[in-house]
Design a binder for this molecule. Structure first.
Ligand code: DGY
Length: 419
């Protein structure tokens, strides 16, 4: 069967009726926020209405304060830890209590602009007000002092769970009791491809702390022992601001568009200030102690996705990307391959993720580098040809890693192959 057809089969197989699980293996038996949004890009290639349903289902789980949780538990979640019974979060007790990168507006804009069907456009228009509420929540809850950079309070919020970028900030979190006996992920994926025991103990200790504080956004910002203004999270948010602005303008909501323009302006200046002249890279900040996090993770390349004007002033950023690519067979590694923390097989400490490749491809085109964008697109397609639809890939030899028959890898393949 040809690869496109295989990708479609995976997305259909992982469809649980209104939402798509990241993989059917049991590793992730629920709806993940950014997985779902990015999966919608692939669904749109063969079933536009189903793509819209994916986002509608996600936003049905939006909390009254505007947060869209990082996980919605719809069905049997017994193969996952921490499941709904551990989180005990949200109005229905069927979600996590933290968020994930705000890619939804970017995806909704994409769906809106590619569709000529008035029914689809009407349904997407109905989502725009919810998107605006979620961006408002993000700034109010995670940038209460108006710096222009929002903070994440858990590594899981970045989506890049065990990136070396979090090592120091996470080390400051009490480990809490060991949860090794409760973990289920290592039953589905190899231990050495997953976060370590000490990391997991801290992830869960943070969850317990948030649960004990009733998931009240105002309290969590102050009490979380992990708080980072991550450059990747903010770059994705900034791009989503631009896309939300465009959607609001398209549907004639001038007041909403003006409100988002103010968010954009603040964040654009703040991202520009994240440039580190000596290292020639964009870094985030540990907002608990003000320390700049001098760890070259892939999030530091994501300003390309957000702000071509800012990145055009920093040509050394593309030299860094070039130098990463010369050290690997398949781009783009999720961490600088020249650094000692680089681990080519361990989750976000080095492997290639097609969803980030898609963001960089888009950003490089906006930055006038279609040649580099095409190199990354070719690498992405070649990884799938070599290793099928793995969760992530070894940048040195292209080996498949993590879960298999992964929804967002299938979605990115469809999206990039049609490009
Ligand atoms: C996990 O369980 O590994 C997820 O990445 C958390 O969102």
């Amino acid at each position: 069967m040809e690869l496109k057809q295989q990708a479609i089969e995976i997305l259909r197989h992982n469809d649980r009726g209104g939402y798509t699980v990241p993989t059917a293996s049991g590793l992730y038996p629920a709806q993940w926020n950014w997985d779902s949004c990015l999966v919608a890009l692939g669904l749109a290639q063969f079933d536009e209405p189903r793509a819209v349903v994916e986002i509608e289902t996600l936003f049905r789980g939006q909390w009254p304060d505007g947060m869209v949780p990082h996980i919605l538990f719809h069905g049997d979640d017994s193969s996952y830890f921490p499941n709904a019974a551990v989180w005990q979060a949200g109005p229905t007790g069927r979600s996590s209590g933290i968020t994930q990168p705000l890619v939804a507006a970017t995806v909704v804009r994409h769906l809106f602009e590619r569709s000529s069907d008035p029914m689809i456009r009407a349904r997407l228009t109905a989502l725009v007000a919810k998107l605006l509420v979620s961006h408002r929540w993000c700034y109010a809850a995670r940038d209460p002092y108006g710096t222009g950079l929002v903070s994440i309070i858990h590594p899981w919020e970045s989506g890049m769970d065990n990136s070396p970028v979090w090592d120091d900030a996470l080390a400051a979190v009490e480990p809490g009791p060991s949860v090794a006996h409760l973990r289920k992920d290592t039953g589905f994926a190899a231990n050495e491809h997953r976060p370590t025991g000490p990391e997991y103990n801290r992830y869960i200790n943070l969850v317990i702390k948030f649960r004990d504080n009733g998931y009240r956004a105002d309290r969590l910002y102050e009490i979380s022992p992990f708080r980072v203004a991550d450059i990747g999270f903010n770059a994705i948010l900034q791009r989503a601001n631009q896309d939300l602005h465009s959607l609001l303008a398209a549907i004639g909501d001038a007041a909403g568009a003006e409100e988002v323009a103010a968010m954009e302006e603040r964040t654009s200046d703040a991202i520009a200030r994240c440039w580190h002249e000596e290292d020639g890279f964009f870094y985030g900040v540990d907002t608990r102690n003000g320390a700049v996090i001098r760890k070259p993770g892939i999030g530091g390349l994501l300003p390309l996705l957000a702000d071509p004007e800012v990145t055009a002033r920093q040509p050394r950023l593309l030299q860094r990307l070039d130098s990463w690519l010369t050290r690997v067979t398949y781009g783009v590694p999720s961490f600088d391959p020249g650094r000692p923390e680089f681990e080519p097989q361990r989750y976000w400490r080095g492997p290639v993720w097609l969803i980030v490749n898609w963001m960089l491809i888009d950003g490089l085109r906006r930055n006038g580098r279609p040649d580099l964008a095409e190199r990354i697109r070719r690498d992405s397609l070649a990884l799938v040809e070599r290793s099928r639809f793995a969760e992530y890939f070894d940048p040195l030899n292209g080996a498949p890693l993590g879960g298999s028959k992964f929804s967002w890898t299938a979605a990115m393949y469809l999206h990039l192959a049609a490009d």
